[in-house]
Design a binder for this molecule. Structure first.
Ligand code: ADP
Length: 320
């Protein structure tokens, strides 16, 4: 079989979690199209609740999709679930270490689960590649947090999958370990493994990923090469506390103003195109008195909102 162009392809992916005692029904993915090029390091970014884990869990077979089509390594997950899943290794968010086993035993158990014959197991090779060669026979409970995380990556690689999925690989880990993991991820990618990682650290995505999708509230709001996306991030925000509380954001002409629930006005602008003077001028011209003012680098959520707001295909309700 020739190699697929895309390691993963999702079309019109919808996931609705049914209502339960803990809450009403929730549509976590609202018709997501994502194509992850073979050989890339692909970042899936989004704030909490965006739908990233839902997407990963559908790929991993832990969550059933409601609608849509998913292919992993060119194989439809409905038609051939087993061979589709054999093409991915998933490193979960939580460290779930078998404390009474050694890394070698852990790896062998995992290989057994995937039906990898003993003769084809690459336990030592993988452990060595992840800097755990000298820990192969230590008890897992004796490993540092960083080593346990690397063992999770090693376990995900036992069946030699061409696609590795890392769910928030560096959440809560220190800077040094984060850099180590990036190095491993890059090395795996150099060997031809397609990497998909979810993160809410922009810095991580910027350092590692060649392509980034931003998902927000169950929708893909951007999917493009990292360089292109970062140029969009080259924006600042002015946060204004109005003298008099506003009901709605004022029309600031060329600037997009957004009213936060706390009553402050957020205006994003491109620092290289516009000076803050122009922004303030527009605010004054709209008759908004300024009580207080700060500027900030927008966080991801601000940028997402700016991205959705600027969507040229979105039809403004006032157009009718
Ligand atoms: P992320 O990983 O980006 O933080 P999730 O995929 O975990 O986002 O969640 C997306 C949305 O789906 C959230 O609103 C979340 O509350 C909801 N959700 C996730 N898992 C479940 C579940 N098992 N039952 C009901 N709702 C869920």
């Amino acid at each position: 079989m020739s190699l697929p162009d895309f390691a993963i392809e999702a079309r019109g992916l919808v996931k609705t979690y049914p209502a339960s005692r803990t809450g009403p029904a929730k549509t976590a993915l609202k018709g997501v199209d994502i194509a992850i090029p073979r050989g890339s390091i692909f970042g899936l970014l989004g704030p909490n609740g965006a739908g990233k884990s839902t997407f990963i869990n559908i790929l991993a077979g832990l969550v059933n999709k409601t609608e849509g089509e998913v292919k992993i390594w060119g194989v439809d997950i409905d038609a051939q679930p087993r061979s589709a899943r054999a093409a991915i290794g998933v490193v979960p968010q939580e460290i779930a270490a078998d404390v009474f086993f050694t890394p070698r035993e852990s790896m062998n158990t995992q290989a057994g689960l995937y039906g990898v014959p003993r003769a084809e197991r690459r336990t030592d090779e993988i452990l060595a590649a992840l800097g755990l060669g000298d820990k192969a026979d230590a008890y897992v409970r004796q490993l540092s947090g960083g080593m346990k995380r690397r063992l999770m990556v090693a376990k995900a690689m036992v069946h030699n999958p061409p696609v590795l999925i890392l769910d928030e690989p560096t959440a809560g880990v220190d800077v040094e370990l984060r850099r180590q993991l990036w190095t491993y991820v890059q090395a795996l990618n150099d060997q031809g493994v397609t990497i998909v990682l979810t993160t809410h650290y922009l810095e991580e995505a910027q350092a590692l990923c060649d392509t980034i999708a931003i998902i927000n509230r169950g929708e893909v709001v951007a999917c493009e090469p990292t360089g292109d996306l970062l140029r969009r991030f080259d924006s600042r925000a002015v946060i204004i506390t109005p003298k008099v509380a506003l009901d709605t954001a004022p029309d600031l002409g060329t600037f997009d103003a957004r009213l936060r629930p706390d009553g402050r006005l957020v205006i994003n602008f491109k620092a290289d195109e516009t000076g803050i003077e122009d922004v303030l001028e527009a605010v004054r011209a709209a008759g908004v008195g300024i009580k207080d003012l700060t500027t900030e680098e927008p966080d991801l959520e601000d940028v997402f909102l700016a991205l959705t707001y600027n969507d040229p295909t979105a039809v403004s309700p006032t157009a009718f």
